[in-house]
Design a protein. Sequence first.
Length: 51
Amino acid sequence: MYSWIFRHLPGPVWLKVIEALIIIAGIVYALFTWTFPWAQEYFHIGDTNVG
């Protein structure tokens, strides 16, 4: 899958690496901004009760 994405990015190899890093950073940002808070709210991931 990653090689398919890398082959379809435009430009020389150094530009493809920069583009891939920007895409990865965007995905990580989206996960931390919307997905993880939503999952914590519905699945109570951070709740720890002992005793």
